[in-house]
Design a protein around this ligand. Structure first.
Ligand SMILES: Cc1cc2nc3c(=O)[nH]c(=O)nc-3n(C[C@H](O)[C@H](O)[C@H](O)COP(=O)(O)OP(=O)(O)OC[C@H]3O[C@@H](n4cnc5c(N)ncnc54)[C@H](O)[C@@H]3O)c2cc1C
Length: 394
């Protein structure tokens, strides 16, 4: 891939830089609040500002409210967003996961109903994949969907089961939910494999049959939740990609998750590293050869991640959607971020271990990086089998 920008791409970057300088949160919205609910509203407001400026869905086609930006421009967008110190919009799950999945698999009516409110943040999304016994082994999903009237193919689905670690469910209007539909009427298909008989639904969270219970993380924030579903109702029109096709549709969501965040995360990593280097220079710890060696290692990793994120674009250009290489970026990013926050403790000192310090929060929050979006062990298996083409273990 040629990393030299064309005059058009430079013009795009300059237009964005000027817009961010004028409208960026530091200018118009002030500092991000610490409180979870206030922070959510703050990031939602930021998404509205982005949307009004036409920047919320740069990679989305113009017909559905996006800017129709090329892949390179999209990469520039995320780099500039990170560089300007702007946060991600509130509904990352809607913009990066649900939207692209609906554009790949949704029918016209679903796209018309669901896409416009994503960019404006009027309706936000959560991802109901994980269950108490189905995380890495996602195909083991037990949540079950049956037809309200087994003899009427147009009747609603009734969904019962439990989801867990559902980020942002407390604010979401819609949930990308995968449930077991078996033979299409809710029955078991004898001899079917685990990943068969799954269906991808768009669940309306605003119903009594959906009980959202917050889970407090190690950081003290209730970022995610448990969902208890008891005959939660989903109309047939909200099945995405056809009954029994949920595995394939969900893979589209997961690949978009890994690829979509790559750019933003590597820029955030660079910012955190620059901050840490500045502290190390200020307090003299950069003179310590062990510390400077660890900082240099982080610099190399961060630069490698930047180049890998750009390389990932070629896969999207070739195949029209992200490839399994996103797993490599996800693995390297989570490992590097965890190394960075651990080094911060040695550089910053005891203050980084206090409850209300920013580095303290980052240290605790980073523990989840190698779990969320698929654990490191699972990424390694994907890389071994689908990138390197090694034989399967069993
Ligand atoms: C901050 C955060 C936010 C999240 N947000 C969401 C969300 O919004 N929606 C959602 O659906 N989920 C979400 N998750 C859940 C996340 O996707 C799962 O935690 C993850 O997929 C792992 O599943 P699990 O927790 O059930 O662990 P398990 O799958 O039980 O894994 C336990 C351990 O066993 C290892 N292991 C399991 N299987 C294998 C194997 N085949 N080979 C080698 N090792 C293996 C794992 O790597 C791990 O170390 C979130 C998680 C976190 C931490």
């Amino acid at each position: 891939m040629d990393l030299t920008f064309t005059p058009e791409q430079l013009a795009f970057r300059d237009e964005l830089r000027a817009w961010l300088a004028e409208h960026g949160p530091a200018g118009s919205l002030g500092e991000e609040p610490d409180d979870e609910d206030e922070s959510w509203e703050w990031r939602r407001e930021w998404q509205r500002t982005l949307s009004e400026g036409g920047w919320a869905g740069v990679h989305w086609p113009k017909e559905v409210g996006g800017r129709g930006a090329s892949l390179t421009e999209t990469a520039i967008f995320f780099e500039e967003l990170g560089r300007s110190g702007s946060p991600l919009p509130a509904d990352v799950l809607g913009i990066l996961l649900a939207g692209p999945t609906l554009m790949s698999w949704g029918d016209d009516a679903q796209q018309e109903r669901l896409l416009p409110t994503i960019l404006s943040a009027d309706e936000t999304w959560c991802q109901g994949f994980s269950e108490p016994d189905a995380g890495s082994d996602f195909a083991a999903v037990k949540t079950r969907a049956v037809k309200a009237d087994p003899d009427d193919p147009d009747s609603d689905w009734l969904i019962t089961g439990q989801k867990v670690w559902t980020s942002g469910a407390q604010y979401a209007k819609w949930c990308m939910l995968v449930a077991r539909t078996g033979d299409g009427r809710g029955g078991q298909e004898p001899g079917a494999k685990k990943h068969q008989g799954l269906t991808y639904f768009v669940l309306d969270m605003e119903q009594e049959e959906v009980d959202v219970r917050p889970l407090v993380q190690i950081t003290g924030s209730p970022e995610f939740n448990e969902l208890f579903l008891t005959d939660a109702r989903v109309p047939q029109s909200m099945v995405v990609g056809g009954v029994g096709n949920g595995w394939k549709v969900a893979l589209t969501t997961l690949m978009n998750e890994r690829a979509g965040l790559a750019f933003f995360l590597q820029v955030r990593l660079r910012q955190a590293l620059d901050r840490l280097v500045a502290v190390a220079q200020e307090n003299g710890s950069s003179e310590d050869p062990v510390i400077s060696d660890r900082l240099a290692d982080l610099h190399l990793r961060t630069e490698a991640l930047r180049l890998m994120a750009w390389k990932g674009l070629t896969a999207i250009e070739q195949y029209g959607q992200p490839g399994p290489e996103g797993s490599l970026t996800k693995w390297l990013w989570s490992e590097t971020n965890q190394l960075l926050v651990q080094l911060a403790v040695d550089v910053v000192g005891a203050e980084a271990l206090t409850a209300d310090s920013r580095w303290g929060y980052e240290l605790l929050r980073a523990r989840g990086n190698s779990i969320e979006g698929g654990t490191t062990e699972i990424q390694k298996t994907i890389i071994a089998e689908r990138v390197l083409g090694l034989p399967r273990a069993s």
